[in-house]
Structures are given as structure tokens and as C-alpha cells.
Write a protein that binds this ligand. Structure first.
Ligand code: A3P
Length: 335
């Protein structure tokens, strides 16, 4: 049962939304600032309260966490494929669930889905809670929430894998994604210029921003509790996908068993199955959408490191790097 101190925290009333600072210049959502982070209003109004009330973490849960546009989709695919490789052998890609479902439908976002459901009705949020409850253990689930805004039961109640990405690439990816996805949320981001997105991002004003603070919190927790929080970098995963996958599987408690699986090519098969080219090319990701109201196709673009060079001047890049370096000083982490 939940210790009394945590029960108290879980029951603490959320601050009134209208009392929080508002930012309306970051499409597609109005953002509110809580504990220094900018989050969609709907996440604070419906997502986090429903998550607290309707989701019970299990010690066997693995929570995949990230700042948006930092490699979440890839991490979800890798974690799902590794965890379920006995039931769904990666050596048979044609019949693999990743060919029929977008990774976001196989590893689901907690506060995002609770925000959407809670925005519809209390009954929809309750039904979603039941859906999560019905998932067999061990569950793999995901969040974009900053560490400090996770319900205490989640922070202490499960293992966490965090993936971070160079903020310049995360910004570019966010800006392009926003322009594509905004209409699905009834917003128009056609006039949202990169220069404006850049200025706002530098002030920490973006969904889940400031990015560097998001990263720092999870980094520090991974240092404090290395057995409970695994910290990955998108760029390292690009350079060394096999060892990253091995590390991920090991941490999740489903490590690859030496010779047998290595020789059978399981690691290589999963890396290939989850590669950007394979996922992007799958019919399910070329058309249609899943549980999120966004076309599956929008989650797969160019990938890789350094696309920021096509959108930022060297001077802009230096400015953002300086902000991030300053903010990360003393943390032991640097990009
Ligand atoms: P770009 O916009 O730079 O191409 P997220 O999954 O957190 O939303 O992040 C999206 C970014 O990850 C996009 O970056 C997308 O192209 C890239 N991505 C998606 N699937 C990938 C995969 N399987 N391997 C590597 N990168 C991937």
C-alpha cells in the first residue's frame, strides 16, 4: 500500500490553472508554467490529475521518458521489440506488430492519453485507467512529463529509461512537427516562423521546456539511482545502436543471452526492424493514425544528428549552446 507521505502528495490539490503563467505563442497548445516547466494546459488540467487518480504503477513497469522530439518513437520501438521478442520474433518482420501498429500504440503515453481522455469525459479517463490496468506485467509505458512533475508513486514505483537529444535538433524537429500536427488540434502553425520558435525555445518556452532542465532532472536522478533510471543519448544510439539496445534490454530485465541470441542475430534483427527506414516505410506509418490524433507519418522524418545546420545560423547555434551549457553547469552532464 502507498506510504502516508506519498498518499498526502497524491491528494494535494493541483494549483488553479488560471493562477499559473500563460504562454499562447507556442502552437498548437496554450501552455502554463508549473514548477518552472511549460506544459499544455490540457495536460495540467486533465492529464496529470487523471494520471494520479487512475494509474497505479507496478514495480515491474518500465517508464520511457523524454523531452518531445528526442527519439521517443525509436526508443518505444526498441523497447517493445526487445521485451516481446519471444512472442514476436524480430526474425519474422513481416508478421511483427511494429509492421501493423505505430510504436505509440504499442507503448502508450500516460499523461498524453489521459489528457485526451480526461478532456472528453471523466468516464473516458476511467476507461483508460482500466485499459492500462488490464495490460499484463511487465508493462512498458511512456511520458514526456519532467521528472519533478511525475506523480511520486511513479517516480519511486517503477524503473525509468530517459532519452535525450541535442537541443538544437530537438528544436528543429519540434518546429517542423508542430507545423504538421497543429491542424489536428484545431490550431494553425503555418505562420509560426522558425526564428520565433527559436527565441521562445531559448527562453524555455516550448512544450515541456526548458529542454535543458528536463534533461538535467532525469540526468541527476540517473546519477543518484543508476539502478532505477537509465539515461540514453539519441546521438549515441545512432552511433552504436547494438550496444544501446543491449544496455536497454539488460536494464529492462530482458537482456540478450550471450551466444545463443547473439548468434541467432536477435540484436541485429531488432535494430533493423526498428530503423527509421523500416518504420517509416511500413504501410501503417505511411497513412492513417492510431490512438493519438496525429498522422503516424508525422513521427518519422529525417532522423540523424545535425539537421539544425539547415535551419539555424552558426550564431544562433552558439547562443543556444551557451544557454544550455550555462544551465547544465555543475550537473556533470554536457551535450
Ligand atoms: P527529425 O525530425 O530530426 O527527423 P520523437 O520520436 O521523440 O517524436 O522524435 C522524433 C525524431 O526522431 C524525428 O527526428 C524522427 O525522424 C526521429 N525518428 C523517428 N523514428 C526513428 C528511428 N526509428 N530511428 C531514428 N530516428 C527516428
Amino acid at each position: 500500500s502507498t506510504p502516508p507521505q506519498e498518499q498526502e502528495e497524491e491528494m494535494a490539490p493541483a494549483p488553479a490553472l488560471e493562477s499559473l503563467p500563460l504562454e499562447t505563442r507556442c502552437p498548437p497548445f496554450p501552455l502554463r508554467q508549473l514548477n518552472g516547466f511549460w506544459l499544455p494546459e490540457i495536460t495540467l488540467a486533465a492529464g496529470v490529475p487523471a494520471l494520479r487518480a487512475r494509474f497505479t504503477p507496478r514495480p515491474t513497469d518500465v517508464l520511457l521518458a523524454s523531452f518531445p522530439k528526442s527519439g521517443t518513437t525509436w526508443l518505444k520501438a526498441l523497447a517493445f521489440a526487445a521485451r516481446n521478442r519471444a512472442a514476436h520474433p524480430p526474425s519474422d518482420p513481416a508478421r511483427h506488430p511494429l509492421r501493423r501498429s505505430n510504436p505509440h500504440d504499442l507503448v502508450r503515453f500516460l499523461e498524453v492519453e489521459f489528457a485526451l481522455a480526461g478532456g472528453r469525459s471523466a468516464a473516458a479517463a476511467a476507461a483508460l485507467g482500466d485499459e492500462f490496468e488490464a495490460l499484463p506485467s511487465p508493462r512498458t509505458i511512456a511520458t514526456h512529463l519532467p521528472y519533478s512533475l511525475l506523480p511520486e508513486r511513479l517516480r519511486s514505483g517503477c524503473r525509468i529509461v530517459y532519452v535525450c537529444r541535442d537541443p538544437k535538433d530537438a528544436l528543429v524537429s519540434t518546429w517542423l512537427f508542430t507545423r504538421k500536427a497543429a491542424p489536428a488540434f484545431g490550431a494553425d502553425a503555418g505562420g509560426f516562423a522558425f526564428r520565433e520558435a527559436f527565441e521562445l525555445f531559448c527562453e524555455g518556452r516550448s512544450i515541456c521546456g526548458p529542454q535543458w532542465r528536463h534533461v538535467r532532472e532525469y540526468w541527476e536522478e540517473s546519477v543518484r539511482r543508476p539502478g532505477a533510471v537509465l539515461f540514453l543519448r539519441y546521438e549515441e544510439m545512432l552511433l552504436a545502436p547494438r550496444s544501446s539496445l543491449r544496455k536497454l534490454a539488460e536494464f529492462m530485465g530482458c537482456g540478450f543471452s550471450g551466444e545463443e541470441e547473439e548468434e541467432g542475430g536477435a540484436v541485429d534483427a531488432i535494430v533493423e526492424l526498428c530503423s527509421l527506414g523500416e518504420l517509416k516505410g511500413a504501410e501503417v506509418n505511411r497513412s492513417g493514425s492510431g490512438k493519438l490524433p496525429i498522422d503516424n507519418e508525422a513521427f518519422f522524418r529525417k532522423g540523424g544528428a545535425g539537421d539544425w545546420r539547415n535551419h539555424m545560423t552558426p550564431e544562433m547555434a552558439r547562443r543556444l549552446d551557451r544557454i544550455v551549457d550555462d544551465e547544465l553547469r555543475g550537473s556533470g552532464f554536457a551535450f
